[in-house]
Ligand binder design. Structure first.
Ligand SMILES: C[S@@+](CC[C@H](N)C(=O)[O-])C[C@H]1O[C@@H](n2cnc3c(N)ncnc32)[C@H](O)[C@@H]1O
Length: 284
């Protein structure tokens, strides 16, 4: 899993056919309530969070990042903006996402409009290694389970540093690689889930330092992720048939095969998860 294998096209292809889609969210809402009139933000929460640990993970991110009323938050790799809408609706933040996959950008806009949050949540098309955001304007940068797709994680963290105000915080969760993968597993994680240049916990510490961050704390989430991922595997296996029946993307064979192996690797603690928090020093 080297940079030469990498790039961003694999992530775009993966997320363009991912089973969690705006179309599936809308199909579920129509089936549950008959129409899409007056949908409330809370009604999306069971469907639009594409990370491990759901709303509780958002609450932890918000607490670590110091998100509150009026906070200006950048969400790197915002997906369908599930977390972004949550920070806006529950904590009163103003959230700007950056997202690579156009189907996600348009899906995020559609869902935010549907629940009336379009004035406080926007998702810009872009790559987080060249974020289309101004310098020093954000109180917090957050990101959940996405940097695994980004070949140059140092460049993404440098962008987080650039867009934060002095004293602002970055908080992110991501896969970690505790023990290097054999080539077959690395290839499967790439083909099925566009995972590349995975970092160890000390590797992430070093990248954060190199980007200029201080007060770095990195939590090993691997044991907490085990049961969450077993459950998520069952969810995706059920969702495959559901999405096919709804005529929305069901995910391809490589994705479904790689997820089974991914969960095995997490349970064996070869792969794992981390949650990192760090600060941009005052006066920078
Ligand atoms: C697992 S999803 C997480 C979405 C969201 N953070 C959430 O928790 O619901 C990862 C997202 O990262 C996006 N992504 C991958 N590489 C990216 C890049 N270089 N720049 C911006 N977004 C990227 C993908 O398109 C995908 O929507």
């Amino acid at each position: 899993m080297t940079d030469s294998l990498g790039g961003t096209a694999q992530a775009v292809a993966f997320y363009s056919g991912h089973p969690i889609s705006a179309a599936l969210v809308l199909a579920r809402l129509r089936a549950a309530r008959g129409n899409l009139d007056g949908v409330q933000p809370e009604e999306l929460w069971a469907h639009d969070q594409d990370h491990f640990g759901g709303l509780a993970a958002n609450d932890t991110m918000a607490a670590l990042a110091g998100i509150g009323p009026g906070s200006r938050v950048a969400d790197f790799c915002a997906g369908l903006a599930g977390p972004a809408r949550y920070y806006a609706h529950v904590f009163g933040a103003d959230v700007t996402g950056v997202e690579l996959t156009l189907a996600r950008v348009t899906g995020a806009a559609e869902l935010s409009r549907l629940v009336g949050l379009q004035d406080r949540v926007r998702v810009l098309a872009g790559d987080v290694t060249q974020a289309p955001l101004p310098d020093g304007q954000f109180d917090a940068v957050v990101s959940q389970e996405a940097l695994l797709h980004v070949p140059d994680k140092g460049a993404a963290l440098a962008e987080a540093f650039r867009v934060l105000r002095p004293g602002g915080r970055v908080v992110f969760s991501d896969w970690a690689c505790h023990t290097p993968l054999v080539p077959e597993d690395a290839a499967l994680m790439w083909q099925g889930m566009a995972a590349q240049t995975l970092q160890s916990l000390p590797g992430y510490h070093k990248l954060l330092e190199q980007a200029g961050f201080t007060a770095i704390g990195i939590e090993d989430m691997t044991d907490a992720w085990g049961p969450i991922l077993r459950e998520r595997l069952r969810m995706y296996q059920a969702m495959r048939a559901e999405a096919a029946a709804a005529g929305t993307p069901p995910g391809n064979d490589a994705f479904h095969r790689s997820y089974v192996r991914f969960v095995e690797l997490i349970l064996a603690r070869q792969l794992g998860g981390i949650r990192a928090v760090a600060s941009k020093p005052d006066g920078r």
